[in-house]
Write a protein that binds this ligand. Structure first.
Ligand code: ADP
Ligand code: ASP
Ligand code: MG
Length: 441
């Protein structure tokens, strides 16, 4: 079985839904089709939530009207038959009547916000399933809320998914296409929750791992993982092959084409991930699997909003156990450390999540001296084949960066990653300089 995920732009127009119907039925492979919300919907739902949080019911009502009008037009164009249009309209009317009912709930809490934002995927999948029915395709819609669950640490429970999905799939053995929602799940309280922005990629990979799929395909609006961020750098190009490790680094360090955690379940179960372009299905895209290719530099990604902490201790001189004491604090406050640099008397680390920063610095201050944290930093992650006998890697990176101040460097943690920390104001310049220096020479 395959798992194919279509992102917001891939389902965002009626004609796109027509094309993906053709794509998913163009061969005999049985597929689980994971859909995102139509492009723009998740943001629109969050904006409605903002109005409701601010108790601005009239504004929320107007925003709901605008969004509903978009859906009314959408289904007007999607279906050919009266039966199809009626089924689609029923879906839209039901979901919007739920959305409108949230206006009456005071106060509007995070629980309601999560129910609201889940409507995007609930709408897109039901609309698409009704279209497949109109087209006479043997398909079923499986509710993700029945088999996707996160634990108290917001980590997906893949074994639960494995068991539940097996049960649900066994009820639909005659169906060639199984449609389900990306992004949404339940939390340990049984409430509607989600896998964070861009989470449909993660859903696809979790499902792919859970059913030991033959392949996971992520269909989007670009022909695969590019060697650099195409929104910032001109002259980027698709990378044909990446290992799981290389792709995981790029996704985690900011390549927006994949949710940061997408690769983890696929790698765990050895399921290849292929990135494909819905707008140009014949383009090769990118294959993420176990094999390596020989290019030295493969791709670059950047992660913004990073905070760097500089931690000093004279007692570190010749001491052991110091790093353990520091990292226990980050562990206690469930805050992952991304980059690390050490000298004899100090340690520098970077974190992405600053929710517990105050508690972390308070505890560190009991046995270390801290400088003021540096906010607005960017990690530039360069991925490639940097095995110890590949000489000159660092030289080429530093040559390209020769006019840009570097705050931290991490090299040697794996054979596939070299990371640099720069102030966010240098991000665009650094990405362009590295593109010129590493790829266009
Ligand atoms: P979807 O809605 O299909 O999930 P996304 O917008 O989340 O699509 O991801 C696709 C976008 O990611 C591309 O249009 C591109 O602008 C952006 N992107 C950022 N970095 C990269 C990269 N290295 N390679 C390809 N696309 C990238
Ligand atoms: N619709 C969600 C979002 O916009 C999930 C996704 O598209 O992957 O973040
Ligand atoms: Mg996405």
């Amino acid at each position: 079985m395959h798992v194919w995920k279509f992102g917001g732009t891939s389902v965002g127009k009626p004609e796109r839904m027509h094309s993906i119907r053709t794509l998913i039925t163009s061969d005999d492979t049985r597929k689980i089709v994971v859909l995102s919300a139509l492009s723009g919907t998740t943001n629109a739902l969050l904006a409605i939530g903002e109005s409701l949080k601010a108790n601005n019911d009239a504004e929320a009502d107007t925003k709901i009207d605008t969004l509903k009008a978009h859906y009314d037009d959408f289904i007007g164009e999607l279906y050919k038959t009266t039966e199809g249009k009626t089924a689609g309209q029923q879906v839209v009317d039901n979901e919007f009547s739920f959305i409108r009912s949230l206006i009456g709930i005071k106060p509007f809490t995070l629980k309601q916000e999560k129910e609201l934002v889940a409507e995007g995927e609930l709408l897109s999948t039901q609309i698409f399933q009704a279209y497949l029915v109109e087209e006479g395709i043997h398909s079923a819609l499986l509710p993700a809320l029945e088999f996707m669950r996160i634990d108290a640490d917001n980590e997906p429970e893949i074994h639960f998914t494995e068991q539940k999905l097996a049960e649900l799939l066994s009820q639909h053995e005659d169906k060639q296409i199984i449609v389900t929602q990306g992004f949404i799940c339940r939390n340990p309280r049984g409430e509607v929750d989600n896998l964070k922005r861009g989470g449909s990629d993660y859903t696809a990979s979790l499902i792919g791992g859970a059913i030991r799929a033959e392949e996971i395909q992520i269909w989007t609006d670009i022909d695969g993982m590019h060697n650099n961020d195409p929104r910032i750098v001109k002259n980027t190009f698709p990378v044909r092959e990446l290992t799981f490790d290389e792709a995981a680094e790029l996704a985690y360090f900011g390549a927006k084409i994949l949710h940061p955690s997408t690769i983890t379940p696929a790698r765990m179960f050895g399921v290849p991930v292929r990135l494909k372009n819905t707008m140009d299905p014949s383009a090769a895209g990118t294959l993420i699997a176990d094999r390596t290719s020989s290019e030295v530099f493969k791709a670059i990604a950047a992660k913004d909003g990073i905070t760097a902490l500089y931690i000093h201790s004279t007692r570190m001189l010749n001491a052991y156990g110091f790093l353990r004491r520091i990292f226990e604090i980050f562990e206690k406050y469930k805050t992952p450390v991304d980059m690390l640099a050490t000298s004899e008397v100090s340690v520098s680390v970077t974190i992405d999540n600053t929710d517990r920063l105050q508690e972390i610095t308070d505890e560190l201050n009991t046995f270390c001296t801290l400088e003021e944290p540096d906010h607005d930093q960017t990690i530039i992650c360069i991925v490639g084949n940097f095995s110890a006998d590949n000489e000159g890697v660092a030289l080429r990176v530093f040559n390209a960066m020769h006019t840009i101040p570097i705050r931290m460097i991490s090299y040697g943690g794996t054979e596939s990653n070299l990371s640099l920390l720069v102030h966010g104001r240098y991000k665009v310049e650094a990405l362009n300089a590295l593109n010129d220096g590493l790829f266009l020479v």
